[in-house]
Design a protein around this ligand. Structure first.
Ligand code: FES
Ligand code: FES
Length: 160
C-alpha cells in the first residue's frame, strides 16, 4: 500500500513522517517514534493499555490509524514526567501502590490525565466510571482511584 506523509505534533514536537495507511497510531508511536511507553494489549479496543491523548481526548491508539492523526496534537505517557521528575499523577500512583506489573499503567495514566485536565473536580464515582474502560489484571482498582483522587488537587490552574 502506498505510504502517505503526515504532519503532527507529538509531546510538543512538530514532526513529519511517512506511514503506511494501515499503520495504527499505536504502531506509529512505538515503532517509528520509539515511544514504547504506550503498550498494546488486546489490539481491538477493549483493554485501554494503548490509550493516548489526541487533541485533548483519551483515545485507543490501536483503533486509530496514524494517517487519521495528521494535523493532530498527540500526547504520550513520555510527556508526563519532566526533567527526571515524575508528574503529580505518577507520584500519587507510586505513593498508593497503584501499579504492580505496570502493563496497564501508561494507558490508565493517560486516561486519568485527560479526565483530570477536563474535570479536576472529578468525584471517586466519576473516576471509577471513566476508569472502567481500562483493564488492570493485577493491582485492583482501589489504590488507583485513591491515587487519582490525591493527584486531582494538582490539576486545575496547573494541569500537566
Ligand atoms: S490495545 Fe488498544 S484497547 Fe487494548
Ligand atoms: S498493574 Fe499489572 S495489569 Fe495493571
Amino acid at each position: 500500500m502506498k505510504e502517505r506523509p503526515i504532519t503532527l505534533t507529538v509531546n510538543g514536537r512538530r514532526l513529519t513522517a511517512t506511514v503506511e495507511p494501515r499503520l495504527t497510531l499505536a504502531g506509529f508511536v512505538r515503532r517509528q517514534l520509539g515511544l514504547t511507553g504506550t503498550h498494546l494489549g488486546c489490539e481491538h479496543g477493549v483493554c485501554g493499555a494503548c490509550t493516548l491523548i489526541v487533541d485533548g481526548a483519551a483515545v485507543r491508539s490501536c483503533l486509530m490509524f496514524a494517517v487519521q492523526a495528521d494535523g493532530a496534537e498527540v500526547t504520550t505517557v513520555e510527556a508526563l514526567a519532566s526533567d527526571q521528575e515524575l508528574s503529580p499523577l505518577q507520584r500519587a500512583f507510586r505513593k498508593h501502590h497503584a501499579l504492580q506489573c505496570g502493563f496497564c499503567t501508561s494507558g490508565i495514566l493517560m486516561t486519568m490525565h485527560a479526565l483530570l485536565k477536563a474535570e479536576p473536580q472529578a468525584s471517586a464515582e466519576r473516576i471509577r466510571e471513566v476508569l472502567s474502560g481500562n483493564l488492570c489484571r493485577c493491582t485492583g482498582y482501589i489504590p488507583i482511584v485513591e491515587a487519582v483522587l490525591e493527584a486531582a488537587a494538582s490539576y486545575g490552574s496547573e494541569s500537566r
